[in-house]
Design a protein. Sequence first.
Length: 172
Amino acid sequence: MFARTVLREEAWLGFCAILFGEMQARNLMKTHVVKTTPEASLGEAVDLMDIYQVDSMPVVNSEGRLCGVIAETDIIENVFGKPAPERPAQQDSDSHLPRLDSADAATRCVSAAMQGHVLSVSEDGDVETVARLLFVNDYTRLPVTNEFSEVVGTLNRIDILQAIFERTLAGI
């Protein structure tokens, strides 16, 4: 299990403004976006996540507009049901295991499992705000949208870290 570090918002005040200045999300975002549709099956979503090694992806409608996000955890809940409570260490039975509903879940539509109201950032958004959203809230990635709510990219925590390191090493 990996430890998560959530940074306090105070840690970002001033720091990001110095590093990123007027930089916009479009300057750092990845434009090759792995996405799916509400009509796709969870099995198809898992295949895409496996092929592209992502743990979540935007869900877009037929016009390419963001309508949700599907995450690995959403799919896990659909396969196993709600997470089981922690079992005592000395328990030996399998009664603590959640139910397995993989056959039904594999054919279930993404729309049944996705998060419908998601946070996204504008491609015109400043990187300081995006960095704060990612690190303070412990988000892995955020979809980047244009003025028509079409997904045009994603910004990941690693994109921000790369920019910090590149600017630091360049003496900026």
